[in-house]
Design a protein around this ligand. Structure first.
Ligand code: ADP
Length: 393
């Protein structure tokens, strides 16, 4: 059965087409700069990547081209062969705790959550409409980034703020990167062949979050009402004392929108290093003994170690610690900085194995005498979408 896994952003659309249940990727691609000048798309088929410049006025145009490419490349003979399309939807609020088959009524209901994810949800939804129009016979499924964290109990998802903020305005922890945390925690439980285990997943990309997973259920996570909470990230601050915000507004005359922008786009590794939000650039600077870049890594590592320690206690001990996403999968230097700070919990690294696990290689990186297994697990959010879509069909 052919299933498309789709991630529509405000100016991009990424897709993979799977043959399910084998989970074989038949074709994949990315449409970029949708609605902007110099738009283009790339298609990957049989290990070959082709890039084409094309005017992509909106998502509908991109979807039409995508489907034409599937036919032209003989991946499908007719549109009816696509049984379903799974869509990443960033915010499902408190209501959507599982993936769901989408129709107009449900999309209207999801649109009510746009205020909670103004940059993402409207783009996700316009992607769904574009596919509904082009291939009306395919089942459309919504897969939410927040859903995996809906198992958090109230003592973990509430903030100690006036009750009305929660009751009337939905102020609570939602958590994000849910499909990645789900994929990695399920994958590692499969590897160790256990259905009961305490797992900590560190998703360290440009954005970053950590989650505590007990027997497959998420019990806590670092991102909160917004993705800015938790650990230090590429350009986001992570947790700060909220009192800084009115103070800086008064001192600088910046508006709340400007301060919000600085906390999202000009903080984190970029803000401290003044070099880049990308760890590869920082690595170069650290080699040159550039003090701000070294400090940026120190703050980054401290914030991660702090949450691992917290979740160790919340879970009542840990069986497996996992690293995933751009930095988690590819940066042994940062993994080592983190694990070396966890030795009091009996967590120890095998440096050789750590250095080997990069560029998509999965494996264990803890030493044989470590009390906790440490794994690198390359994440795969697309396959989670394809699996959920397949099982709903
Ligand atoms: P996102 O999906 O949140 O945009 P990614 O998961 O792609 O982010 O992660 C981006 C981060 O991963 C960047 O800091 C980048 O430096 C790092 N990264 C990606 N590839 C490598 C690599 N080969 N070596 C070291 N770091 C890498």
């Amino acid at each position: 059965m052919y299933i498309l896994s789709v991630n529509s952003g405000s100016s991009s659309l990424k897709f993979q087409m799977y043959d399910m249940p084998e989970e074989k990727v038949l074709i994949s691609g990315t449409f970029e700069r949708i609605g902007l000048e110099n738009s283009f798309y790339t298609i990957k088929l049989n290990g070959e990547k082709v890039r084409k410049e094309k005017n992509l006025e909106n998502h509908e145009v991109a979807v039409n081209i995508l489907i034409d490419e599937l036919v032209d490349n003989k991946v499908i003979n007719s549109l009816d062969e696509i049984a379903g399309v799974g869509h990443r939807i960033v915010h499902g609020g408190s209501k959507y705790s599982k993936s769901i088959v989408l129709d107009k009524n449900i999309l209207d209901d999801i649109s009510k959550l746009n205020e909670l994810a103004p940059l993402h949800n409207p783009a996700n939804i316009s992607g769904v409409y574009a596919f509904m129009k082009k291939i009306p016979n395919a089942v459309q499924v919504g897969c939410f980034d927040t859903a995996f964290h809906q198992t958090l109990q109230e003592d973990k998802f509430r903030y100690a703020v006036p009750d009305l903020w929660y009751e009337k305005y939905g102020v609570r922890k939602y958590g994000f990167h849910g499909m990645s945390h789900k994929y990695v925690s399920e994958r590692v439980m499969n590897i160790i062949n256990k259905t009961k285990a305490n797992v900590i997943v560190c998703h360290l990309g440009n954005g970053g979050s950590i989650s505590a997973v007990k027997d497959g259920k998420c019990i806590d996570t670092t991102m909160g009402f917004t993705p800015n909470a938790g650990i230090v990230m590429g350009s986001r601050s992570g947790d700060i004392d909220y009192g800084i915000i009115p103070y800086i507004m008064k001192k600088t005359g910046m508006s709340i929108t400007e301060v919000d922008n600085e906390l999202n786009k000009k903080s984190g590794l970029l803000g401290i290093s003044k070099v880049s939000s990308d760890s590869r650039d920082l690595d170069e600077k650290v080699k040159e003994n550039h003090k701000p870049s070294i400090l940026a890594y120190e703050l980054y590592v401290n914030s991660i170690v702090g949450y691992i320690a917290k979740y160790y206690v919340e879970l009542g001990g840990v069986d497996v610690l996992c690293f995933t996403a751009g930095i988690g999968e590819n940066a042994p230097n940062i993994r080592k900085l983190i694990i070396d700070k966890l030795s009091c919990l009996g967590i120890k690294i095998d440096e050789e194995k750590n250095n080997e696990c990069r560029f998509g290689k999965e494996g264990v990186i803890s030493s044989t005498d470590s009390e906790v297994l440490v794994y690198v697990i390359p994440t795969d959010e697309e396959v989670v979408i394809a699996r959920d879509t397949y099982s709903l069909i």
